[in-house]
Ligand binder design. Structure first.
Ligand SMILES: *Cc1c(COP(=O)(O)O)cnc(C)c1O
Length: 454
């Protein structure tokens, strides 16, 4: 454990020098900061020695738990060879191997791997590829995009342009390129007032209307497949993704799937689009790519897209994009070790009983007075708190109901982060059944306490 004076110094610097992301610092500096010192398995330990279950997989990216020997060793082995060399020109061994492995496991048809560092850049790359693809094909007017309401693709200007979360994206609107937003298939709050049982996916009509009117100007549709994460863990009805792909084909628009969150097992399959047997034109991967160890991302494209970028140098068809740490050998070595673990530890096979277990245990929350909706997709779940269950009236956001539940959970040894009044459950894939029970019990009790229900 750390020396008391040193801990105090850390707290002081944390408040005086560090600007935390997505954090109202005025509130932050009033509280005692949680400073993590180490982790093991699903547990994180703070500088005071208190342990927490990592219920958000360290922002949705950890798969195999913390301090996983195989991942640590892979990075140690690589760092003794070389830590970083550029892909602008030369190549490196882990980056090559990983590209080969990724092409083997992604949906058939995605053939080319373009590396970057994070989910935002993976999508930024996808957007630029889609745009330039049409330019090279001679469709000069296809410069706009279609995205989903409540969609989230990152925090760079390009990805915010296709972002549909008013709270995050509203302030920067003058900086954006043109994007058309289709209704989100958010069944609990269906904008068409329909029931999922007999709606025949009529939300697709909204998308078709946009495409019918504007497809001559649309380069691509970008969306998160099966589940919209940051927009509120919105789980799409079965068939929606296939419906979108059919419309994209019909109207000659590329389909970009943002699998930054859903990739690498979260939904129960390696990639979410495999649930509906879809191959997108472009796919963005990041969060789980190396088990949540280091910044790494990949954008995969079809041969058809890649080929339009080929030509004499003087034709200027080169894809002029790249980041300093693109294809970082340490990140790629960790990714290779992570993929190895999927085989060795039968991660996906072992996930299935856990997903069922989670589903069964979530039923207990239905009886809580302020739980309006419970959603699950694979090992991702969300509990939507409402002020009034009958009218679905949400808690006013100023009331910070979600944040209060998470503060209570933290006291009881669980780290989670809400999306407004939605409690998000996203543990590492290796979580055991008893740990999952502990996590759910803490959330249950915390909701009871915060909503005054005994
Ligand atoms: C987190 C996330 C991103 C952004 O990734 P960063 O690494 O935070 O830039 C993009 N798309 C989805 C679906 C995400 O969940």
């Amino acid at each position: 454990m750390l020396d008391k004076n040193y801990k105090e110094q850390l707290e002081k610097w944390d408040k005086s020098c560090l600007w935390h992301p997505f954090t109202q610092m005025q509130d932050y500096v009033r509280e005692t900061p949680l400073i993590i010192e180490e982790g093991s398995g699903v547990y994180l330990k703070d500088v005071n020695g208190k342990e927490y279950i990592d219920g958000i997989s360290s922002m949705w990216c950890n798969l195999h738990g913390h301090c996983k020997k195989e991942l640590n060793d892979a990075i140690k082995r690589q760092i003794d060879k070389v830590a970083h060399t550029t892909l602008l020109g030369p190549s490196n061994i882990p980056a090559i191997e990983l590209a080969g492995k990724l092409v083997e496991i992604v949906p058939k048809g995605l053939q080319k791997v373009f590396y970057s560092d994070n989910g935002s850049t993976a999508n930024e790359v996808a957007i630029k590829m889609a745009f330039q693809y049409w330019q090279h094909k001679g469709f000069k007017d296809k410069t706009e995009f279609v995205a989903l309401q409540y969609g989230y693709h990152g925090d760079t200007i390009g990805t915010m342009s296709v972002g549909g979360i008013e709270l995050f994206h509203g302030a920067f609107r003058p900086l954006y390129f043109k994007t058309h937003f289709a209704p989100s298939p958010y069944c609990y709050r269906c904008s068409l007032g329909k029931q999922p049982k007999n709606c025949s996916l009529s939300c697709l009509d909204g998308l078709e209307k946009i495409l019918k009117e504007t497809s001559g100007h649309i380069a691509a549709m970008i969306m998160e497949p099966l589940i919209q994460g940051a927009g509120g863990i919105i789980v799409h009805p079965a068939g929606y993704l296939s419906g979108v792909q059919a419309l994209c084909k019909k109207y000659n628009v590329l389909l970009i799937l943002d699998e930054v969150l859903t990739g690498f097992g979260r939904t129960g399959k390696m990639f979410a689009c495999l649930h509906e047997d879809i191959t997108p034109d472009i796919m963005a991967l990041s969060k789980g790519i190396n088990g949540g160890y280091m910044p790494l991302a990949a954008t995969l494209a079809t041969e058809e897209i890649y080929n339009t970028f080929l030509g004499e140098y003087s034709e200027l068809k080169t894809f002029f994009h790249g980041h300093t740490y693109t294809g970082n050998p340490l990140g790629c070595a960790a990714a290779l070790a992570s993929l190895d673990l999927f085989g060795k530890e039968r991660i996906l096979e072992n996930l299935e009983p856990k997903i069922n277990h989670l589903q069964t245990k979530l039923k207990a929350f239905e009886s809580l007075k302020h739980v309006g909706d419970i959603r699950q997709c694979g090992l991702i779940a969300a509990i939507e708190l409402v002020r009034d269950k009958t009218t679905k009236e949400p808690y006013p956001w100023e009331e910070r109901a979600g944040i209060k539940v998470c503060i209570e959970a933290r006291k009881q040894g669980l780290l989670i982060r809400p999306l407004g009044h939605i409690i998000v459950i996203m543990p590492p894939l290796i979580i055991k059944a008893d740990e999952l029970d502990k996590l759910l019990n803490i959330i249950y009790k915390s909701i009871q306490i915060v909503t005054n229900e005994k």
